[in-house]
Write a protein that binds this ligand. Structure first.
Ligand SMILES: CC(C)(COP(=O)(O)OP(=O)(O)OC[C@H]1O[C@@H](n2cnc3c(N)ncnc32)[C@H](O)[C@@H]1OP(=O)(O)O)[C@@H](O)C(=O)NCCC(=O)NCCS
Length: 186
């Protein structure tokens, strides 16, 4: 059977996903900080209000390195032609009754690289990493009605409820609800 080439409009650029160790994350601290600043500027609710200075974002990521070293946090980065355009983190629950559980945090794709499948690739790979670590129940929360909710629904996550007035909008205009999601891996 002859392969039919995908129409150019639907062809997606090749995304490379890498798990960062603390050393490589340190090398990419500026890129990771750029991602966080870009998301906050774009109005995403990801723990910070605007304006977020680059050094503040860098400091936050620097704080994560220690947890990576201790094996408590997994960080994946997505590259498009060697440019870091996305990241996501898996925080492993420490409780002795929850060694099967982990929380997904800071799923970020640069505004210039959205709707190219980067977020989906990051999530798929994160699920693979989680399974390999025996973490079969994943949880997360995200602003109700955000773009991210579409991604999680697309990836088979289940929404369980909404908490009102959870976090301030990045522009400080009002409090917004958050939605809680989970996914059970086979
Ligand atoms: C949410 C986010 C990570 C999505 O990343 P992305 O790389 O653009 O997502 P993908 O291209 O992989 O999308 C995969 C699918 O998810 C859904 N989806 C993703 N973004 C969507 C949007 N803005 N509107 C509707 N559906 C969307 C679609 O089904 C999409 O498939 P399609 O493009 O074939 O229709 C990105 O918008 C982002 O970084 N937002 C700001 C940060 C943020 O809010 N993070 C979540 C914190 S919990």
């Amino acid at each position: 059977m002859t392969a039919v080439p995908e129409p150019a409009a639907r062809r997606r650029p090749e995304v490379v996903i890498r798990r960062l160790d603390a050393l490589s994350a340190r090398r990419h601290l500026d890129d990771l900080a750029d991602l966080l600043v870009d998301s906050v500027e774009g109005g995403a609710s990801v723990s910070f209000v605007a304006p977020l200075a680059h050094y503040e974002a860098r400091d936050w990521f620097a704080g994560v390195l220690n947890e990576m070293d201790l094996g408590r946090r997994v960080v994946l980065a997505a590259f498009l032609e060697d440019r870091l355009v996305g990241c996501v983190q898996l925080v492993l629950s420490w409780q002795s009754n929850a060694t099967h559980r982990a929380e997904v945090q800071k799923m970020l794709v640069h505004r210039s690289a959205r709707r190219l499948g980067v977020g989906a690739r990051l999530m798929k790979q994160l699920e693979t990493e989680a399974r390999a670590l025996g973490r079969t129940l994943l949880i997360l929360d995200t602003e109700t009605g955000s773009d991210a909710e579409h991604l999680y629904a697309h990836m088979g996550w289940v929404k369980v409820g909404v908490i009102p007035d959870y976090a301030m909008r990045p522009d400080r205009s009002r409090l917004r609800p958050t939605s809680l999601w989970y996914r059970q891996l086979d």
